[in-house]
Design a protein around this ligand. Structure first.
Ligand code: ADP
Length: 397
């Protein structure tokens, strides 16, 4: 079965066509600047050269049409016609409390996703536009929504309730939801597989460290806590996001700098994290290079980042009363050899021992701890598209 995986943003659309039988990526690509001048589609068919198609994309429906044309094109296409696209899997950021797993999309589901728009005003409306555009172009193809929040719906009340008046939960559903759920689910299952065990026998901590980052506690296959909250702003220090801070800081800065709450929110999301701290970049490679050149602010920023991750690992070892495996994933987690080693330095009390040689790995599945280590440390590349394709295939069979 060929599954088209769609990840739709407000002005972009990423896609992969995956053969769910062989799990091979047949083609992937990206539409950028949708609705803005200079729209471009970059299409990469497996085994063939990348093609760039610069043509106006006034809206997402036009973008989806161009993607289908590219996938079925005589020259750089990978299937003969639309008939060979058997289902579409859509990444949806927020499923609120309504969705604890992926679902086949129908009108009722669309309405329920729309009701979650309030909780993710930047993401969900864009995801819905992507779904509606695909339905317009491919009305007979079954579609599935895969939610970033779904895997975390198993968290108990003590983990998802904030220390706020309960009425805000009752009125507005203000609680911890967590994000990157598809990745935490995939990576925890994969970590167990690499260890030759099943996930329901293990206590696993997943550190998804990308531009955005989150840590989760997966106890016998179920998420029991995660660092992101109502929004993806909470938790560890990230590329441009502050992560957890004293909430009173917002009012303090707003008063001193004469900012509105929207401006403050934007600073916390876009100008904070390692970018704001280091004054160098949001890219960990740039910060590492600066630190190597003697930039002490860059050095302190990296220390603060590793420390923030290590503290969550400690918290989640406590939450699960132990930990069997800690998996590192996403851009930084998969590639930053030094970062994993620095985080591991904080974990000696768990009986954890990283193996410097095994840790010298980038973007590959591997156990990176010594044979004697009481807790297994792993590098596990995430693959959210494959996870979405698998869930889509299992629901439309
Ligand atoms: P997202 O999906 O959240 O945008 P990614 O998972 O792609 O993010 O991760 C992006 C981050 O990964 C960047 O900050 C980049 O610096 C980091 N990264 C990628 N390769 C390396 C590397 N070799 N060493 C350190 N960091 C890396």
């Amino acid at each position: 079965m060929n599954i088209l995986v769609i990840n739709c943003g407000s002005s972009s659309l990423k896609y992969q066509l995956i053969d769910s039988g062989t799990e091979e990526v047949l083609a992937k690509g990206l539409c950028e600047r949708i609705g803005i001048d200079g729209s471009v589609l970059t299409h990469t068919p497996a085994g063939k050269d990348k093609v760039k198609i610069e043509t106006p994309m006034p809206n997402h429906t036009v973008a989806v049409k161009l993607v289908i044309d590219a996938l079925t094109d005589a020259e750089h296409g990978v299937v003969k016609s639309l008939d060979e696209i058997n289902a579409v899997g859509h990444r949806v950021v927020h499923g609120g409390e309504k969705f604890a797993s992926s679902v086949v999309i129908n009108d009722e589901v669309l309405g329920a996703i729309e009701e979650c728009n309030d909780l993710a005003p930047l993401h969900n409306p864009a995801n819905l536009i992507g779904i509606n555009s695909c339905r317009e172009i491919m009305p007979d193809v079954p579609m599935v929504a895969v939610f970033d929040t779904a895997f975390h719906q198993t968290m108990p009340e003590k983990a998802y309730l904030y220390g706020l008046p309960y009425e805000y939960y009752e009125k507005y559903k203000i609680r911890r939801y967590g994000f990157h759920g598809t990745s935490h689910d995939y990576v925890s299952a994969r970590a167990a597989e690499i260890l030759g065990k099943t996930r329901d026998t293990l206590k696993i901590i997943v550190c998804h460290l990308g531009n955005g980052g989150s840590v989760s506690a997966v106890d016998h296959g179920k998420c029991v806590d995660t660092s992101m909250g109502l929004t993806p702003l909470e938790g560890i220090i990230m590329g441009t996001r502050s992560g957890s801070i004293d909430p009173a800081i917002c009012d303090f800065i707003c008063q001193k700098e004469h900012l509105t709450s929207a401006e403050m929110n934007s600073i916390l999301n876009k100008k904070s994290g390692v970018l704001g701290m280091s004054k160098v970049s949001s890219d960990f490679r740039d910060i590492e290079a600066a630190a190597n050149d003697g930039n002490t602010l860059a050095e302190v920023t990296l220390d603060a980042f590793y420390y923030s991750v290590a503290k969550y690992i400690g918290a989640y070892a406590a939450a699960m009363n132990g930990v069997d495996a800690i998996a590192f994933t996403a851009g930084v987690g998969e590639n930053n050899v030094l970062g994993r080693a620095e985080i591991a330095k904080y974990l000696g009390y768990l009986g954890t021992e990283i193996d410097a040689e095994k840790n010298n790995v980038r973007g590959e599945d591997r156990v990176i701890s010594t044979d004697e280590s009481k807790v297994a440390l792993l590098c596990v590349p995430t693959n959210e598209e494959l996870a979405i394709a698998r869930q889509t295939a299992s629901l439309v069979k």
